[in-house]
Ligand binder design. Structure first.
Ligand code: PLP
Length: 428
């Protein structure tokens, strides 16, 4: 990939696209030519390969009926394990430590049910005040199930600026009474990447277990969970990983914890060779497979097979390099073109702190988003005043970034947003 030296001219966007060695991956996706899709961090687009793998699975149902569990190109009985092994390198885990099963929220419940073991005065759970709401709801209900009042036993680290977290503040909150820590790898609004290695180190020095929600980082940045000694992690596969709406989610358990019995078990927690013995005594799988519960949602696993192939060819490190260049370019254009229009770039600007999206704050954010949609640019709005714009390195282009900023400029100059109400629609 060529060097980057900002130039606001359209020709520069064309040049960046020409130099882009990942450009051909755009053809793998169903991209609408008249639309600029910048929402791949909420729901990634469908690829042709994901479509094919879904059709393959449907075909195995057609061909084999019940025998599809063990026959065909992708026998269903082993699919969660197989996909887990394919995703493991995305987070720096080993085969057997990763599973594709359940949903983000269900997996979080499973992991907290397993790893939250209040003892003596070590009883509290540490989270933060900026995380995605489902994580907080899950932690609150897990506390209640164990007989603890969430108002007292769930500690949420405060943000100093309402956008980001300071690792020092998180570490200071790791007090004697904390039993478990659950944090996002990346904050879903500002896109800030937390220093997972440092936080895991500090937690372990204090005898606290720590897990991360990787929803906003999986498929966007490389991770090294084993090297960082993270205890567990969970994520969805429908954002950057393009697994489709309601795609089955992921779960990681560090192999040092394989001796534990999962908090929530079902017959799919069984050792594969024992499952169909149908005994009432569970013999759990010896790896993270034990964290599954019931029959996997095969049709919602299927698109991932094709999608992960694309990632393997493109390479996560190369995708990250292109993503950094795209977000840098977008920030440079915004600073250059949208001066004095009330926008604040509210994501961290450092390369090692920002992920795949730009977060713009503006008082009129909700209606600016509506105006963008009317101009065929798909952003997403995050209440109360945020606009997330995610140029995805697999299928967005530098020219789309240039066009988006020009459209934004026009919307502001012409006051196009004023014809909409400044509130959100049902979804985003
Ligand atoms: C998208 C997202 C979720 C979604 O959870 P589901 O169970 O898949 O609905 C959870 N946490 C974070 C941080 C997210 O970004």
């Amino acid at each position: 990939m060529g060097l980057y030296a900002f130039d606001p001219a359209y020709q520069y966007a064309q040049q960046l696209d020409k130099e882009d060695e990942l450009a051909s991956f755009r053809d793998e996706f169903y991209v609408k030519e008249d639309t600029i899709y910048l929402d791949g961090n909420s729901l990634g687009l469908l690829s042709k390969r994901a479509e094919t793998s879904l059709l393959n699975i449907l075909d195995s149902w057609k061909q084999y009926g019940i025998d599809g569990w063990t026959k065909g190109k992708y026998p269903w009985f082993y699919l969660s394990e197989r996909l887990g092994d394919l995703i493991a390198p995305f987070i720096g885990a080993d085969a057997g430590e990763v599973f594709v099963s359940g949903s983000t929220t269900v997996n979080l419940h499973q992991l907290v049910a397993t790893f939250y073991e209040p003892k003596g005065t070590k009883t509290k759970i540490l989270a933060d005040e900026l995380t995605f709401p489902t994580d907080i709801y899950a932690l609150q209900s897990q506390l209640k199930l164990k007989g603890y009042d969430p108002d007292e036993y769930l500690i949420q680290v405060k943000s100093r600026d309402g956008r980001t977290l300071n690792e020092e503040d998180i570490i200071s909150a790791m007090t004697e009474d904390i039993a478990l820590i659950v944090l996002p790898s990346v904050l879903y609004r500002s896109g800030q990447i937390l220093d997972m290695k440092r936080l895991a180190e500090e937690a372990h020095q204090r005898g606290i277990l720590i897990g991360f929600d990787l929803c906003h980082s999986i498929g966007s940045i490389p991770h090294y969970v084993n090297e960082w000694d993270v205890d567990f992690a969970f994520w969805c596969n429908y954002k950057y990983l393009n697994g489709g709406p309601g795609s089955v989610a992921g779960l990681y358990v560090n192999k040092k914890h394989f001796h534990r019995t999962p908090g929530l078990t079902g017959w799919f927690s069984s050792h594969k060779d024992k499952q169909f013995d149908m005994e009432h005594h569970l013999t759990p799988a010896e790896d993270a497979g034990a964290y599954q519960m019931g029959t996997p949602h095969i049709l919602s696993l299927a698109p991932l097979i094709g999608s992960l192939e694309i990632f393997k060819e493109a390479g996560l490190e190369r995708l990250r390099q292109k993503s950094l260049k795209m977000t840098q370019y977008m920030m440079d254009l915004i600073s250059h073109e949208l001066k004095d229009m009330g926008f604040t770039i509210a994501n961290p600007i450092e390369d090692d702190k920002r992920t795949g999206h730009i977060y713009l704050e503006h008082q009129e954010a909700a209606r600016i988003c509506k105006a963008l949609k009317e101009n065929n640019v798909i952003p997403d709005f995050r209440a109360p005043n945020g606009i997330r714009l995610a140029p995805v390195p697999l299928y967005n282009t530098f020219q789309e970034i240039w066009n988006t900023v020009q459209i934004l400029k026009k919307i502001m100059i012409e006051g196009q947003y004023k014809k909409f109400e400044n509130n959100r629609d049902v979804v985003a």
